[in-house]
Design a protein around this ligand. Structure first.
Ligand code: AMP
Ligand code: ZN
Length: 665
């Protein structure tokens, strides 16, 4: 088989696997096999830039950067929906429809109302051509580069489809993915995102599509717009779209009578929390498209559809006590301890109060009767206080001034919503929190040691920082509660084995604020060993692609602290990896040190990612756009003319791929 056919086969095959995995939820090969095939395709495509295809599965990983999201007109306006909050409204609406349409049978399609960000996708000749946000309904923002990375959006349709049409849907972030993202943020000392809907909408406007590709977004289509679609009903449209490869939720139902519609509403009012993502109601649509046409639109919304909004899930209960938690970074989080109450199927005992401002805004006090609401978040939130039930002796909440654990005076820096305990080395939850982070799976991954054991070891005075772990002996840990000989042995062995964990993970394990896994990798790669990193200034750090001021400041502060330096010296003496391994260092040079290089176009022998890696491996920095600071531009085939003009006006040299490779020899 020649390479052209090979590319085509791989593209088709990977497209099918994507569909099996992300749309049908039925993968037929392992992730590893998938990755290998994808790599194979990437290599072949890099060799054959002339076979470039904007719908290739290799483009799902992102890479395109959008500086400005261009506002463009929708071909067909995107309407809102009329809302109803009661069954009477719904029944009235159906009667009105029947009156307008006269003596004919009216069927309905009931769907769930997904709570995310609306999107309109244009397909031309079966290929995704454009993705626009709803905007004001008449025009929206072009977010195509980002939407392409969402795996349930087909880049190439299957079967027979209209030549050109728009399909509308909702981009959502399922709960499990949202919670995973938040767990990572908390681990990195960042504030968690508030809810899946805002996070989904925010994701569409990220400039770097690689970041969007990493978020588990899904696209759930619910409608078509276009001419000559040859489709008779809403329900048929959903079925067709499913055949073309879209992820159409299976819950839509065709209903013949008002009673059936009401049953659908009742069912989902009860069962909405079993769904993998947020919904805020049911959308009832007249099924026949011919009847829809006859009914038409008001200025704002279709007459043939109505959104029935679910009642917000809210209960009231008594707030017994406000307590305060201290995180590993010293951040204080106030927590409302509630009289246990049933909410959306689970017993709720605690709710987050976020910070001092939130408490003040709500004027919430101990003893108050409060309303608690469950959104997409794991922890429910308090949305209001029932003043008529406030005890007579109630007094305003006074936010704590001192740490509940170590009694240090709290500080709150400008721009921070939270108060912090600055007793970094003396505050127990901060000390144990740091050690727990150090041993966690993505950090040193120490087998045989868990969070509770860390607390126990600290309480017994055996450890005060993570370096102390390496001096523990079996004899010391054996007397601990619930510690058998075998587990003591495993613990010590697990700690000893962690000296092989690679440098970038050690760097992450140190627990420097804002240095998550990705940043740690970047720093490890850029500096190659800890001594160079420790000597870096804030300006040096900011010069690294995607390292901002906040991270740079935090890194410098960490390494200027003599206690941290002492701990690192000890860790070095135990043999922890503080530099990249030989294998990692292979092919790395300083040839491009201090240079910022922009890459644009399609290349002959290398993929763009390989080219970027080559730049970074040789000490250079990959710039995202051309500026006066750019040292040169590596230009491939199909480079945008505006880039060329910009480079020429700024006097930035433009070199070819071959010239670039010569420079590295
Ligand atoms: P609203 O923003 O309240 O006017 O509601 C209209 C929005 O609901 C639309 O723009 C869609 O993004 C969203 N929506 C969610 N699910 C559906 C659905 N099944 N059918 C139609 N619109 C939906
Ligand atoms: Zn403290």
């Amino acid at each position: 088989m020649n390479e052209k056919d090979q590319i085509e086969n791989l593209r088709n095959e990977l497209q099918q696997h994507n569909h099996n995995y992300y749309v049908l939820d039925q993968p037929t090969i392992s992730d590893y096999e998938f990755d290998m095939k994808l790599k194979e395709l990437q290599t072949l495509e890099a060799k054959h830039p002339e076979l470039y295809d904007p719908t290739s599965p290799t483009l799902r990983v992102g890479g395109e950067v959008t500086k400005i999201f261009e506002t463009q007109a929708h071909d067909y306006p995107m309407y809102s929906l009329d809302n109803s909050y009661s069954k009477e409204d719904l029944i009235d609406w159906e009667k009105r429809i029947q009156r307008i349409l006269g003596d004919v049978k009216v069927e309905f399609t009931c769907e769930l109302k997904y709570d995310g960000a609306s999107i309109s996708l244009t397909y031309e000749h079966g290929k995704l051509a454009r993705a626009l946000t709803r905007g004001d309904g008449v025009q929206g923002d072009n977010v195509t580069a980002n939407v392409k990375t969402i795996k349930s959006v087909p880049l190439q349709l299957q079967g027979t489809y209209p030549d050109k049409f728009e399909i509308r849907g909702e981009i959502v972030l399922p709960f499990d993915g949202f919670e995973k993202m938040n767990a990572e943020r908390i681990e990195n000392g960042e504030d968690p995102y508030m809810n899946p809907r805002n996070t989904a909408a925010g994701s569409l406007k990220l400039q770097d599509s690689t970041l969007v590709a990493q978020r588990p977004l899904e696209c759930l289509p619910y409608g078509l717009a276009g001419a000559q679609l040859e489709i008779a009903s809403q329900f048929q449209m959903l079925e067709k779209a499913r055949e073309w490869g879209f992820k159409i939720p299976k819950w839509a139902k065709r209903c013949q009578t008002t009673d059936e519609v009401l049953q659908f509403v009742d069912y989902w009012e009860m069962h909405r929390h079993e769904l993998p993502y947020d919904t805020d109601g049911v959308v009832v649509k007249v099924n026949e498209l011919r009847q829809q046409e006859e009914l038409g639109f008001t200025a704002k919304s279709p007459r043939w559809a109505l959104a029935y909004k679910f009642k917000a899930e809210r209960v009231s209960t008594v707030l017994n006590e406000i307590t305060y938690q201290v995180g590993r970074t010293g951040a204080i989080t106030p927590v409302a301890n509630l009289e246990p109450v049933l909410l959306a199927g689970t017993i709720v005992k605690r709710a987050s109060l976020h910070n001092a401002d939130q408490i003040e805004k709500l004027d919430v006090r101990e003893g108050d009767t409060v309303s608690v609401e469950k959104g997409g978040e794991i922890i429910p939130k308090i949305i209001g206080v029932d003043l008529s039930n406030r005890p007579l002796d109630s007094s305003p909440t006074r936010y704590i001034t001192h740490c509940p654990e170590c009694h240090t005076l709290l500080v709150r820096n400008e721009g921070d919503a939270k108060h912090y305990c600055t007793n970094y080395y003396g505050c127990p939850p901060q000390i144990t929190g740091r050690i727990q982070h150090f041993i966690s799976r993505k950090a040193m991954d120490i087998e045989g040691l868990g969070s509770e054991t860390v607390e126990l070891l600290y309480k017994e005075g055996l450890i005060e920082n993570y370096a102390d772990l390496y001096e523990l002996t079996t004899e010391e840990v054996l007397p601990l509660e619930r510690m058998a000989e075998k587990s003591a042995d495993n613990l010590i062995k697990g700690i000893a084995a962690s000296v092989n964990i690679p440098f970038e993970r050690v760097l992450y394990a140190l627990g420097i604020r804002f240095v998550g896994e990705t940043v740690a990798k970047k720093l490890a790669k850029a500096y190659k060993n800890i001594d160079f990193l420790m000597a870096a200034s804030e300006e040096d750090l900011i010069a690294i692609y995607e390292i901002g001021e906040r991270i740079a400041h935090s890194v410098v502060e960490f390494f200027h602290n003599p206690v941290n330096v002492g701990i690192i010296d000890r860790l070095k003496s135990y043999g922890i990896q503080f530099s990249l391994s030989e294998a990692q260092l292979e092919n790395q040079t300083d040839k491009l040190k201090g240079q910022t290089i922009v890459v644009s176009g399609v290349f002959e022998t290398l993929s763009r990612d390989e080219l970027k890696k080559l730049i970074e491996d040789n000490g250079g920095k990959v710039g995202s756009s051309i500026s006066s600071k750019t040292n040169f531009l590596v230009a491939g085939d199909k480079m945008g003319p505006s880039k060329r003009v910009k480079a020429e006006t700024l006097g930035v040299p433009i070199i070819s791929e071959q010239d670039f490779l010569l420079r590295l020899q």
